[in-house]
Design a protein. Structure first.
Length: 188
């Protein structure tokens, strides 16, 4: 019995690590912590059945941390993201400029005017006094950060499409984006 439980715990722990490391948003990260929780509970069962006190204590603490992770990512963070979504949708129905959550820039897709995908945002540089977005850092290619190329995308011609959380940029501009070093972003 302990062997089956430990194999379940192993699979759950690996799957949870993959889900949370993928950083696909608050809700998905919260689901990763639910999977982590099932793994830590299974490890607790294995520890009890095989008389392993270190495994028992480790996964007792991990169980509490996983419960906190679930609250953090499915409770608090998901609620904050929902609040930002409500503000975005309301601002679309209100006269004036639409609002967007700055956190969207770190996960928005970047597409050309035809809707072809060119990459996704990883961060944005914002003026400390003006609050103006100066540029978006665009990631293109690669898998899990390996082989990706980073580009500086000036914000001024960017058009944010709140319905698809994407930036629409003319193709010719995307083809000329300067590549930047991972550890040396432009100061201006």
């Amino acid at each position: 019995m302990a062997e089956y439980i430990s194999w379940f715990a192993t699979a759950a722990t690996i799957l949870a690590a993959l889900v949370t490391a993928s950083n696909l948003g608050a809700r998905i990260t919260g689901y990763g912590f639910i999977i982590f929780l099932s793994g830590s509970i299974a490890w607790l069962g294995t520890a009890l059945l095989t008389d392993q006190p270190a495994l028992l204590w480790t996964n007792g603490v991990l169980t509490l941390l996983n419960i906190w992770g679930i609250w953090r990512w499915l409770g608090r963070q998901a609620t904050l993201e929902e609040g930002a979504d409500v503000a975005l949708k309301s601002s679309l129905e209100t006269p004036g400029e639409a609002l967007l959550a700055a956190s969207l820039l770190s996960r928005c897709s970047v597409v050309d005017q035809h809707g072809d995908d060119w990459g996704h945002g990883v961060d944005a540089m914002i003026g400390s006094e003006s609050g103006r977005i100066h540029y978006l850092v665009l990631s293109q290619g690669g898998v899990g950060g390996v082989g990706e190329r980073l580009h500086r995308l000036a914000w001024s011609p960017s058009v944010f499409d709140p319905g698809s959380t994407s930036l629409r940029i003319p193709r010719r501009q995307l083809e000329r984006l300067p590549e930047i070093s991972r550890d040396q972003w432009p100061a201006r």
